[in-house]
Design a protein around this ligand. Structure first.
Ligand SMILES: NC(=O)c1ccc[n+]([C@@H]2O[C@H](COP(=O)([O-])OP(=O)(O)OC[C@H]3O[C@@H](n4cnc5c(N)ncnc54)[C@H](O)[C@@H]3O)[C@@H](O)[C@H]2O)c1
Length: 265
């Protein structure tokens, strides 16, 4: 398959942990110029070193808060200055803490909206001027099956992810004429292989989410998946790399679940 990613300039937001880390390393193996836009600089630097070892044409981390417009603009301008352009953006940052809607504090809703929706809006807007000028680009965003079907204890998170899907489709309609594609990948439950693969700001570092990491809990969850296992970060990375590549050059506005058949739509 002709991915044609070698030498491309790729930004992965939140590329320090779990799925973002796996996506960063999968792009590195395709020999791209990789930029990891992360709030956790220490974790990002670890992944930069791994990416260099796995074949990246170059790898750089940029301290970025995707929820802050100025931070995102500075990061994108830096990449455009360094590499000349942004060919691929992966909007990977996301966050939730599972709680019933009526039991959530407003501050937690606000954080979910900032990280899952505003982050994606900011980064998408910031790369588009350059992509429109060059009449080319691919944006892959991380959604969630929660955003497709709704999910118990994930109300506002699900609403944000539905927003990521709707915004991707809407902008795909607007910028398709410039050769720019937007698609969404929806992971199922995807737990890091080891504590080494996440930083302190990963949602998997929180006590609440650690409960999902026990073999008993994972076996229980796997029963809800037709393929009878939970996801690996690499499962999601493969789909993101494909959708960003020339092999997917006639695919836009689509939502692909990588969740062992948890949703089928
Ligand atoms: N893991 C899953 O089970 C699962 C399921 C469905 C959807 N998703 C989605 O996939 C994506 C990745 O999930 P994950 O499990 O790898 O997440 P994660 O929490 O493990 O990693 C997120 C990364 O983003 C970074 N980050 C946090 N706030 C940031 C900010 N303001 N600016 C820049 N970076 C920031 C963190 O430091 C961390 O490295 C998210 O969008 C998530 O909603 C994950």
């Amino acid at each position: 398959m002709e991915l044609n990613l070698a030498g491309k300039s790729v930004i992965v937001t939140g590329g320090g942990s779990n799925i973002g880390r796996a996506i960063s390393l999968a792009f590195a193996r395709e020999k791209v110029h990789l930029t990891i836009a992360e709030i956790d600089e220490g974790q990002a630097k670890k992944v930069v070193a791994e990416a260099e070892g796995q074949g990246a044409a170059s790898a750089t981390s940029v301290a970025t808060d995707v929820s802050k417009w100025e931070s995102v603009v500075a990061m994108v301008k830096g990449v455009e200055g360094r590499r000349g352009q942004v060919d691929v953006l992966v909007n990977n940052v996301g966050w939730t803490h599972d709680r019933l809607f009526v039991e959530k504090e407003r501050a937690e809703w606000e954080k979910e909206i900032q990280l899952n929706l505003w982050g994606m809006i900011n980064c998408t807007r910031a790369v588009l001027d350059g992509m429109i000028a060059r009449k080319s680009g691919a944006i892959v965003s991380l959604g969630s099956d929660a955003g497709r079907m709704g999910e118990f204890r994930e109300g506002v998170y699900a609403a944000c992810k539905a927003g990521v899907i709707a915004l991707s489709k809407s902008v795909a309609r607007e910028v398709g004429r410039y050769g720019i594609r937007l698609n969404v990948v929806c992971p199922g439950m995807t737990i890091p292989d080891s504590d080494e693969d996440i930083g302190g700001l990963s949602m998997w570092a929180s006590e609440g989410n650690r409960a999902f990491s026990t073999p008993e809990m994972q076996a229980r969850i796997a029963k809800a998946y037709p393929l009878r296992r939970i996801g690996k970060p690499e499962d999601v990375a493969q789909a993101a790399v494909f959708l960003a590549s020339d092999a997917a050059s006639f695919i836009t506005g689509q939502t692909l679940s990588v969740s062992g058949g948890y949703t089928m739509m």
